[in-house]
Design a binder for this molecule. Structure first.
Ligand SMILES: [Zn+2]
Length: 215
């Protein structure tokens, strides 16, 4: 069974803090988006209709791994996306789903972020794939998105937004911020006439470097 050091109360505070940071960094607006943390009892997830920038303790719901609420409140309508990712990836303990401006622009144009234009981003993401469109909150959207999760922690959702998974909520926030930066730089390169891509050899060298660092 999953065990870690943070108490459930501390995780609720982490969710509130992360929601505020996402809002302050312009990574979420209005009442869109949702975030969750795996706990020993189930999944803590933001409630349906909450504004991530101003979460309260009442805006966070505990649910089980079938999406049933175990505490007061109604879990986010995207709850099954979170459930399926946690089931598929035991190494993932936090998930952020938001609609940031630049990443969502790529999602709206149905463009993955896979051009080899920045060494740091190849090391960090290799690529950010694009999941096919499906209705928000639908089982098809969950299936379309989760099939990329085996090999990617960040997935664009066509005409919708992005989902970011990580071992903890701090890492999930940093990945979201970095992915948005990657999208913004990519758009800027197009305004400047197009980036000069790294060569296949450059990309392979970076991937080898990453593998060595991970071993
Ligand atoms: Zn969404």
């Amino acid at each position: 069974m999953f065990k870690d050091k943070l108490t459930e109360a501390a995780k609720r505070i982490k969710i509130i803090e992360t929601g505020r940071r996402l809002y302050e960094r312009n990574l979420t607006v209005g009442t869109s988006g949702n975030l969750s943390i795996r706990t020993n009892e189930g999944i803590l997830i933001t409630a349906s209709g909450t504004a991530l920038g101003g979460l309260t303790l009442e805006g966070i719901v505990l649910m089980d791994f079938d999406g049933n609420e175990l505490s007061a409140g109604k879990a986010s309508s995207e709850k099954m996306l979170h459930v399926e990712i946690y089931k598929q990836r035991p190494d993932i303990n936090a998930i952020i789903h938001v609609h940031p401006v630049y990443l969502t622009s790529f999602a709206a144009c149905r463009l993955p972020l896979n051009e080899p234009i920045m060494s740091e981003n190849i090391l960090y993401f290799e690529e950010i794939p694009l999941a096919d469109y499906a209705m928000p909150s639908s089982g098809v959207l969950v299936d379309n998105t989760v099939k990329f999760i085996d090999n990617h922690d960040v997935v664009l959702m066509a005409n919708h937004g992005v989902v970011v998974c990580a071992k903890d909520i701090e890492t999930a926030f940093l990945k979201t911020e970095t992915a948005e930066y990657y999208a913004q730089v990519t758009i800027n390169t197009k305004l400047l006439g197009g980036a000069k891509n790294l060569s296949e050899q450059d990309v392979q060298d970076l991937i080898n470097l990453k593998k060595m660092a991970n071993n």
